[in-house]
Design a protein around this ligand. Structure first.
Ligand code: NDP
Ligand SMILES: O=C1OC[C@@H](O)[C@H](O)[C@H]1O
Length: 357
């Protein structure tokens, strides 16, 4: 059997996303692309770290630290996974990079494009691997989706795409310390959930891919509630093709399970189906047969994890190959997504304190 890389992870923070990520990493599976070891867990409290390990990786024996700094200093850690609220991503990444660590950092990568540039500049100087954990882009489903759209012209000329992410929250009723309520922690729909519909539109409308993407024109509006950006609507318009898309995100209403992205072309349409845009399950290609009649073909991509192993494997393989960037989410693409979100926020009137630094 061919040798597969091993990645020893240092997990920074013990919140929701770290629990999802770690639970996937420790799953037994056939034909893995990489081996993952939960080497260390860093938390604001060692007790939280211990409780987290007992619950989410009971068969692993990570070193538990009551600080993040100790993770960065641990020579047994190959890659730091950053699962803190967005406003800490820049500092966590910079600290890890300064210690010579590779990093996989949750979305949104930072609060704004300026912060993202700082992180990647530091990674370049230090010669380490850094990638944004935009797990959606790493799914095999996305590769097939784009192949059908742009290599096979499965629905003819792509014209339009739509995607919405709704997460119902009682913002006034949340504790002031919640990352969904405190703008100092990056609260707001766009950076938290709108980034997924934005990603679906980029994937659906731009055939170029992340190495040479086209910048769309942006028309955006945002609504605020209790000082938090609570609804965003954006039109993207790609000048070279005339393709357009509409994306929305809101904390004010429920997600309706079903179509999380629809892309329409001259010869049919594709519906991506799932619980929410971050959790697509399968897609269906509808090909026009005659006026108003479509054939349908379902594309399924079963996997027993929640979907985090794709990005973890990609990171492990990239690091073993001594790469510094992911081809799926290269540095310039993370910066460009942050720039698009900066522009959406500029038009929508959402300002974070980091924008004034
Ligand atoms: N890919 C995905 O599907 C998802 C991604 N995310 C992303 O992950 C990140 C974290 O989100 P999530 O896990 O939901 O957040 P949580 O609030 O559940 O957890 C964040 C953790 O960060 C640490 N932390 C450090 N400082 C603070 C602070 N001042 N306030 C709160 N927490 C702090 C805490 O861990 P400790 O005390 O152990 O140090 C805390 O448990 C965000 O960037 C979010 O966008 C979130 C959900 C899903
Ligand atoms: O990334 C995410 O996806 C799932 C959402 O529930 C969560 O708020 C968000 O951070």
């Amino acid at each position: 059997m061919a040798e597969i890389p091993t990645c020893r992870w240092g997990i920074v923070a013990t919140g929701l996303i770290s629990s999802w990520f770690v639970a996937d990493l420790v799953l037994e599976r056939d034909n893995p692309k990489a081996r993952h070891v939960i080497q260390a867990i860093g938390s604001s409290s060692a007790q939280k770290g211990k409780d987290f390990a007992a619950k989410y990786c009971p068969n692993a024996s990570p070193t538990i630290y009551g600080s993040y700094a100790e993770i960065y200093a641990d020579p047994e850690v190959d890659c730091v996974y950053v699962g803190t609220p967005m406003s800490f991503h820049k500092k966590n990444c910079l600290d890890a990079i300064a210690a010579g660590k590779n990093v996989l950092c949750e979305k949104a990568f930072t609060i704004n494009a300026k912060e993202a540039r700082e992180v990647f500049d530091a990674a370049k100087k230090k010669g380490v691997y850094v990638a944004e954990a935009m797990w959606l882009r790493h799914r095999p489903m996305v590769t097939k989706f784009r192949q059908l759209l742009f290599d096979n012209n499965a629905i003819g000329n792509v014209a339009l795409a739509t995607s919405n992410f709704a997460l119902p929250l009682d913002i006034p009723g949340l504790p002031a310390t919640s990352r969904y309520k405190d703008p100092e922690l990056g609260a707001g729909t766009l950076l938290d959930i709108g980034i997924y519909p934005l990603t679906w539109l980029i994937l659906s409308l731009d055939s170029n891919g992340p190495q040479s993407p086209e910048d769309p024109k942006v028309i955006a509006t945002q609504t605020h509630s209790s000082g938090v950006e609570a609804t965003t609507s954006v039109i993207l318009h790609y000048p070279s093709t005339g393709r357009q898309g509409v994306l929305t995100s809101t904390f004010m209403t429920e997600q309706i399970r079903g179509t999380v992205c629809r892309v329409q072309g001259s010869e049919g349409y594709i519906d991506v189906i799932g619980e929410k845009p971050s959790h697509p399950e399968y897609f269906v290609v509808y090909r026009k047969q005659s006026e108003g009649k479509f054939s349908s073909e379902k594309f399924e991509f079963p996997h027993k994890d929640q979907g985090f192993l794709f990005e973890a494997d990609n990171t492990a393989v990239d690091i073993a190959a001594k790469k510094h960037e992911s081809a799926i989410m290269p540095w310039k693409e993370s910066i460009r997504v942050m720039e698009l979100m900066d522009e959406i926020r500029r038009q929508g009137g959402t300002v974070y304190s980091q924008d004034k630094e």
